[in-house]
Write a protein that binds this ligand. Structure first.
Ligand code: FRU
Length: 467
């Protein structure tokens, strides 16, 4: 590790070098999860956009998009025995954004662009980010794209991934505070309910001029193969994550039905400072993969997110206590010497009059990141005001919060800490906060704390993580 590489995460994805943004082409095929990404192969700032290492010299940048397995070879680019992988992406030039496809017959190792590209061109400069899936009920491919500056998601369908027909538009609705980008549409079941489900339409709100940088919003409704109908009033905004660093989340296509999960992962960054974060020689990382579901609350259905169970495979050293006061638990934690820059923490608290409970992570020499629960305001929060280096952006030092009610006087926190990030899941994934942090490498301290009352750490489990 070079001294300039101190923030390279231990278990989050980063490129070997240079700038990345959105995850692209997430698809599961023959036992492999594929992850492509928006990449500048030439520098550590945004530009010359390509997918992964696929370098284009033709003046058209390759913007975000998705990938599918064409199981029935509807496109004709594979054979009956070898279903092709098809990548669907935006070609960006100074004058237009158009939708293109490319195919691979070797499980994504090499790709060829379709000679008849673009497959959709409408003469727009703000038409991008195609996400495609097979809609079983109508036997068609569906594409969700955005008319970014009109805050609309535009739907198309196709029998073969080549010929596309415009179906309908959704929006403006929810937050229209910036351009709409990176749509995704998928069905989700409701936890604990049989044969019920809804469609979730996720679309990011370009944060370039948003004060709080809340960026991934979602709508819950119905999709019949033609149009998306929102269950909620059009002005209701639902955020998938309440931190600053969760953007362009995309779900994996073709996860086997026997697995049944909807898995997604986001670019862990924010356009407000994406080009200036103090990392080198890479710039940009992905969140941990998460599985999503819908859960019923008094206020309605809401998305819940959980880190994927496969991450338990990274657990090594463990510290655990149960049923002691927060103060005693912390004394034992300090005595144990448990610390680190790559940790998973599960902390279940009984509040018993406390006004605040939580953890200080990545602490040392006057800096710490606080992850906790404000029982008075009933808010989950991450405070990175004194987390470490913030010299690169005045927007960076801040506290981010999400509403969360305690249940039976209890609150549960599930935290992932890495060299330059914290991901906080509260209330079983009801509220999530993803934030970058840039502490010095020596800041590996960890403490449990509480203000007021006599709170109990009903459970505290901490693992050091190693990929
Ligand atoms: C979102 C985005 C997409 C676009 C890509 C370009 O972060 O602006 O809309 O396709 O990045 O890199």
């Amino acid at each position: 590790m070079s001294t300039r590489d101190i923030y390279r995460p231990r278990y989050h994805f980063t490129p070997p070098a240079n700038f990345i943004n959105d995850p692209n082409g997430l698809v599961f095929y023959r036992g492999e999860y594929h992850l492509f990404y928006q990449h500048n192969p030439f520098s550590d700032s945004w530009g010359h956009m390509c997918w992964g290492h696929a370098v284009s010299q033709d003046g058209v940048m390759i913007f975000s998009g998705s990938a599918v397995v064409d199981w029935r070879n509807t496109s004709g680019f594979g054979t009956a025995d070898i279903p092709p992988l098809i990548a669907i992406y935006t070609g960006h030039s100074a004058t237009e954004q158009t939708q293109h496809i490319a195919y691979s017959r070797d499980a994504g190792r090499t790709w060829r662009k379709y000679a008849g590209n673009p497959v959709i061109a409408i003469g727009s400069r703000n038409f991008r980010d195609p996400k495609v899936f097979w809609h079983e009920a109508t036997g068609r491919w569906i594409m969700a794209t955005v008319l970014a500056d009109q805050q609309r998601v535009r739907f198309y369908r196709s029998p073969d991934l080549i010929h596309w027909e415009h179906l309908s538009d959704f929006g403006p609705a929810g937050s229209t505070a910036g351009e709409w980008e990176c749509p995704d549409l998928f069905p989700l079941s409701i936890e604990g309910e049989q044969n019920s489900g809804r469609w979730v339409l996720k679309v990011d709100v370009g944060p370039r001029n948003l004060p709080h940088g809340l960026c991934g919003q979602y709508f819950i409704g119905q999709f019949d193969g033609i149009q998306f109908v929102n269950d909620n009033p059009p002005d209701l905004t639902l955020w998938a994550d309440h931190g600053m660093d969760f953007y362009a989340v995309q779900s994996w296509s073709d996860v086997p039905a026997a697995d049944g999960r909807r898995l997604w992962l986001a670019w862990m960054n924010n356009w407000r400072y994406a080009n200036t974060i103090p990392t080198s020689p890479w710039r940009g990382a992905m969140t941990v993969p998460r599985s999503v579901a819908l859960r019923r609350y008094p206020e309605g259905l809401r998305l819940v997110q959980r880190p994927v169970v496969e991450l338990t495979g990274c657990r090594c050293n463990h510290f655990g206590r149960a049923g002691l006061s927060v103060a005693d638990t912390n004394r034992q934690l300090q005595a144990s010497g448990m610390a680190g820059d790559a940790l998973e923490i599960i902390a279940d608290f009984r509040l018993t009059g406390a006004t605040e409970v939580g953890l200080r992570v990545r602490s040392g020499d006057g800096e710490a990141t606080v992850v906790g629960y404000d029982a008075v305001a009933q808010r989950l929060f991450v405070d990175r005001t004194h987390a470490g280096d913030a010299s690169f952006s005045p927007d960076f030092p801040d506290r981010h919060a999400a509403a969360l009610t305690s249940v039976a006087d209890r609150i549960s926190l599930h935290v992932f800490v890495d060299r330059c990030s914290v991901e906080l899941f509260g209330g079983g994934g009801r509220a999530v906060i993803t934030d970058l942090i840039f502490p010095s490498p020596g800041s590996t301290g960890l403490e449990l704390y509480a203000l007021g009352g006599e709170p109990v750490a009903e459970r505290l489990d901490i693992w050091a993580l190693q990929p």
